[in-house]
Design a binder for this molecule. Structure first.
Ligand code: GDP
Ligand code: MG
Length: 166
């Protein structure tokens, strides 16, 4: 099984921490390379039964800046071409303007999207449920998976679910 996975989400939700955890030290993370192509490969996870290629989607991370039509189209096309989108959010903060901006980009996209609720190590389970509920009503996510990228909680479960969509 193999496929392309785009991780999107606001700055500081834990995208890099997640990639570092799943890819580990075996394979170089290429995020320092200049962004010459439109899909920036951030890391490749190769296991016995799968090859998962994680890519960055330029243009979808910066709701504060006005983006040109071109950048927006590039981002939209990237999301259409990958096999799976991981929309990562911060369990501490819940739904906000930044998330709304990104959700708008999901209109007309048929690619399956997971909601990955990160940093569950920092919050009370009751709060987690209400955060998840606030997202559930906004978009029909294929899976909703709470994780702690920092501590590793549930990361294996997420990888198992990802492989089902490859
Ligand atoms: P990115 O901007 O989305 O790539 O976010 P980073 O991976 O750089 O993480 C931003 C900050 O959040 C860093 O200080 C991380 O250590 C922290 N962080 C990331 N994941 C977790 C998590 O699961 N739990 C906690 N407590 N902190 C996290
Ligand atoms: Mg990062």
């Amino acid at each position: 099984k193999s496929g392309f996975i785009s991780i999107i989400g606001r700055p500081n939700v834990g995208k890099s921490t997640f990639l570092n955890r799943v890819i580990g030290q075996k394979i170089a993370i290429m995020s320092d390379k200049p962004q010459t192509t439109r899909n920036k490969v951030q890391g490749v996870l190769t296991t016995d039964d799968s090859q998962l290629i994680f890519i960055d989607t330029p243009g979808i991370h910066k709701p504060k800046h006005r983006l040109g039509d071109f950048m927006m189209k590039v981002a939209q096309n990237t999301l259409k071409e990958v096999d799976l989108i991981l929309f990562m959010v911060n369990a501490e903060e819940g739904f906000g303007k930044g998330e709304e901006f990104i959700l708008e980009k999901f209109e007309n996209i048929k690619t399956p999207i997971f909601l990955v609720v990160n940093k569950i190590d920092t919050i009370h389970p009751d709060k987690l449920f209400s955060v998840i509920d606030s997202y559930k009503e906004k978009y029909p996510f294929k899976e909703i998976i709470p994780i702690s990228a920092l501590e590793g909680n549930n990361v294996e479960t997420l990888l198992t679910q990802i492989k089902k969509y490859m």
